[in-house]
Design a protein around this ligand. Structure first.
Ligand code: HEC
Length: 470
């Protein structure tokens, strides 16, 4: 250990990390900051494993998530942990922020600390937004379509932002790869930077202690961070692990059918923490939407930013800060009300409720259906390369007898005759042979002659037809 310490200064580092004085002693109410750090860690670990299977393209993203959910060992558990983790992050963050605000812990030379916290809040919200699209199911697609449309409503730069987010006017693979890059590279890098800054500034300012404590020159007897507070933090992290694990195990997160941009009836609903915002925007339509989307949120954000610069009193007790406490209570109740109202409207409008029930049952049906792999190499060249020799020869017979004129070169069907993909499986070998030798009335009316070839050619033809899978 001494050898290591002489080269790295590890004892000093451990000392710095663990011997932080906490005025008034360790408390359960201080566990939320480190709880957030624990959830971040969990999100990174689960996210890395999810990324090992994920493909960020409109063609494959949904299949890869379906594969993770239905086939990969513990894949559904891992994905559910990541999903519940994002909700836990938002909840814990709101508690942490609310507490800092309500108990005046942002006071006394903690302006930049507060700002870095606001920055982290914004980054977490962006993580939730970008992550929501990645499964590329109906819900993901349409919620993000709404989200990017809202961005498009911002005056002057709105359209530019919208196209920047989407990578064009429509949503597709470019949108998905942009969101993926933001979700796994850009935003996380910023988060690491801000977390470093936040923890550093917190240590620099020192723990604020209980509300009765002076925020700059603490008076109360201090207790070291280690061991009591460390143990409390670990206990809280254990509760988080247990809760997230149980939720992920008992209520695995679902996946809906693949996004279908042509479906105009789908009613998108955001993740619960976006519901108040979603409901709020319903109040502002047409020319007024600027007020709801930009002006009022802008004012609230501005108030939060300038708060520690304006509120210079060192008083921290909530009951001595009626304006701050009241505005906190009002905003909190408004958010609860909006969330409740959104839910109320959805359940009480029969047509909306019916559509949402339908969407849910489609998603449930999709979840219980078995995983069907994508057929790799659907293109002509690859399909031919994958054929058995007999089937390959059979393709020659198929073409020589002009079957392709009605059924298409690869049996995909034309307007003259139906596709033959999957027909052999559907009919079974005996009926297939029978249909070739004795075409149905409809077929012969259309001009299909009974197949008249040598025995070996006939076998090859059947082998070819049997190779035509859906
Ligand atoms: C002139 C157009 C035409 C040509 C050429 C033709 N078919 Fe057909 N074929 C049809 C039509 C139309 C049907 C659909 C009959 C029905 O729905 O009952 C059909 C049905 C079939 C079916 C049954 C499919 C099913 O799902 O029941 C098979 C197998 C088939 N054709 C194979 C062939 C083969 C092999 C050749 C070449 C030797 C060929 N056809 C040439 C028009 C054609």
């Amino acid at each position: 250990m001494r050898w290591l310490d002489e080269r790295t200064g590890i004892f000093h580092l451990a000392d710095e990390a663990l011997n932080e004085p906490i005025p008034g002693g360790a408390r359960w109410s201080y566990v939320f900051g480190s709880g957030l750090l624990y959830i971040l860690l969990s999100q990174i670990v689960t996210g890395v494993f999810l990324a090992m299977y994920y493909v960020a393209s409109a063609d494959h993203a949904h299949t890869t998530i379906e594969y993770i959910t239905k086939v990969v060992t513990a894949g559904s558990f891992l994905r559910s942990l990541h999903s519940y983790g994002s909700s836990a992050m938002v909840v814990t963050l709101l508690v942490h922020m609310g507490q800092t605000y309500f108990f005046g812990s942002y006071k006394g030379r903690r302006e930049i600390l507060w700002l870095s916290g606001l920055g982290l809040f914004g980054l977490v919200i962006l993580m939730a937004f970008t992550g929501y699209l990645l499964p590329w199911d109906q819900k993901a697609y349409f919620a993000t379509a709404v989200g990017t449309n809202i961005a498009g409503e911002v005056p002057l730069v709105g359209n530019w932002i919208k196209e920047l987010l989407r990578g064009g006017t429509e949503m597709g693979t470019l949108t998905l790869s942009r969101f993926f890059v933001a979700h796994v590279f850009l935003i996380p890098s910023c988060i690491f930077l801000f977390v470093g800054l936040h923890v550093y500034l917190f240590r620099k300012a020192g723990s604020a202690g209980p509300v009765s404590e002076h925020p700059i020159m603490p008076q109360q007897k201090a207790e070291q961070f280690y061991p009591k507070q460390v143990l409390m933090d670990i206990a809280f992290a254990t509760v988080l692990i247990g809760t997230l694990g149980l939720l992920a195990y008992l209520y695995p997160v679902g996946l809906g059918p693949k996004a279908n941009p042509a479906d105009t009836s789908f009613l998108p609903r955001p993740e619960w923490y976006y519901l108040p915002m979603f409901q709020w925007l319903k109040y502002w339509s047409g020319a007024y939407s600027v007020i709801g989307i930009v002006v009022i949120p802008g004012i609230i954000a501005l108030i939060l930013v300038v708060l520690p610069f304006l509120d210079r009193r060192l008083e921290r007790r909530p009951w001595k800060r009626p304006v701050a406490s009241f505005s906190f209570a009002i905003v909190f109740c408004a958010l609860l009300f909006l969330g409740w109202q959104s839910n109320y409207q959805d359940t009480n409008d029969p047509s909306v409720a019916k559509q949402i029930t339908k969407q849910d049952s489609l998603a449930n049906a999709f979840m219980t259906s078995p995983f069907v792999p994508e057929v790799v190499g659907g293109s002509t060249a690859n399909a031919a390369a994958a054929l058995s020799p007999a089937a390959k020869a059979g393709k020659g017979v198929f073409l020589d007898n002009s079957c392709d004129q009605c059924h298409g070169e690869n049996g995909e069907g034309t307007d003259k005759a139906p596709a033959l993909l999957g027909a052999a499986d559907k009919l079974g070998p005996d009926t297939l042979v029978d249909r070739l030798l004795h075409p149905t009335k409809k077929a012969s009316d259309a001009g299909m002659d009974p197949v008249d070839v040598s025995d070996s050619e006939f076998h090859e033809l059947v082998a070819f037809l049997q190779s035509l899978k859906k």
